[in-house]
Design a protein around this ligand. Structure first.
Ligand SMILES: [Zn+2]
Ligand SMILES: [Zn+2]
Length: 268
């Protein structure tokens, strides 16, 4: 049993770290190295962060991966003892419920993220828990996991909460995890990929964009949400210039190589 758990721990750690490296690394290489000239117009802040900032993002992410792996492993052990709501086979409650369970996870995480994020912006907590993440004022994809270890525990907290409250198949929580990381990377990408008119469209405006979280890093006291623009709208915490900034970035994106790509490193 002991060997089984240590093998599983290694597998979980490998899984978490490879997933992080694959998503953040490939987006970074594509947008910041390989196609940086082609997509420069879509860069939300028209400057590159310093290399030392990128290294800091990677350094903190290393500890986040360890903490995520540790908590996920504890959740798996709880599941193996029948303490969580994980189930098999996949069609036990039908495929309809299978997809609903993924949606439930996303909605629950969106609410969890918004309110824990608001709490971490409370002055006494900000300094000790969340300030590290805000050292990136012009984030790259690597900032997706650039948390203080205490914040890493808060962020991965959604996994046991889901495991103990939503009946789910293991593959459903894996799909949720991949979707979550993808949206997290999009929020820190530094480039706007969402289509024109998205942020003010009567339906799509309820979903966040890359500009939304980028503004959170640049301006701090606004735009707290993760997937949806629901809580920010309900609580009036969207930056008043959010839609205008999104439109500006999209207009700038349409221009053909008018702006020159900076050759050296820009100061953040
Ligand atoms: Zn924040
Ligand atoms: Zn962030």
């Amino acid at each position: 049993m002991q060997t089984l758990y240590s093998f599983d721990t290694l597998r979980v750690l490998l899984n978490v770290s490879l997933r992080y490296l694959l998503f953040t690394g490939s987006f970074y290489l594509f947008f910041y190295v390989w196609r940086n000239k082609k997509y420069w117009q879509a860069k939300i802040q028209q400057k590159y962060p310093d290399k030392q900032h990128i290294f800091r993002e990677i350094r903190y992410s290393f500890f986040t991966v360890l903490i995520f792996g540790f908590v996920i492993m504890l959740t798996i052990i709880a599941g193996s003892k029948g303490l969580t709501l994980v189930y098999t086979p996949i069609n036990k409650y039908g495929y309809g419920y299978y997809f609903i369970s993924i949606l439930l996870m996303i909605v629950m995480h969106d609410t969890y993220f918004y309110w824990t994020h608001r709490a971490m912006h409370w002055k006494p907590l900000f300094k000790w828990v969340h300030k590290t993440h805000h050292l990136s004022t012009n984030p790259t994809p690597f900032a997706a996991y650039a948390f203080h270890p205490l914040e890493a525990f808060v962020e991965v907290g959604i996994i046991p909460i889901i495991a103990f409250t939503i009946p789910h198949h293991t593959s459903a929580i894996t799909i949720f995890g991949v979707y979550s990381l993808l949206l997290n990377v999009a929020g820190h990408l530094g480039y706007e990929l969402f289509p024109e008119g998205f942020a003010s469209h009567k339906i799509f405006k309820w979903h966040n964009t890359s500009t939304h979280h980028n503004m959170h890093h640049r301006l701090v006291k606004c735009n707290y949400g993760l997937y949806f623009n629901f809580w920010d709208r309900v609580m009036h915490t969207n930056h008043p210039d959010y839609e205008e900034t999104f439109n500006k970035v999209v207009t700038q994106r349409k221009q053909e190589n008018v702006v020159a790509v900076p050759t050296g490193e820009a100061v953040q």
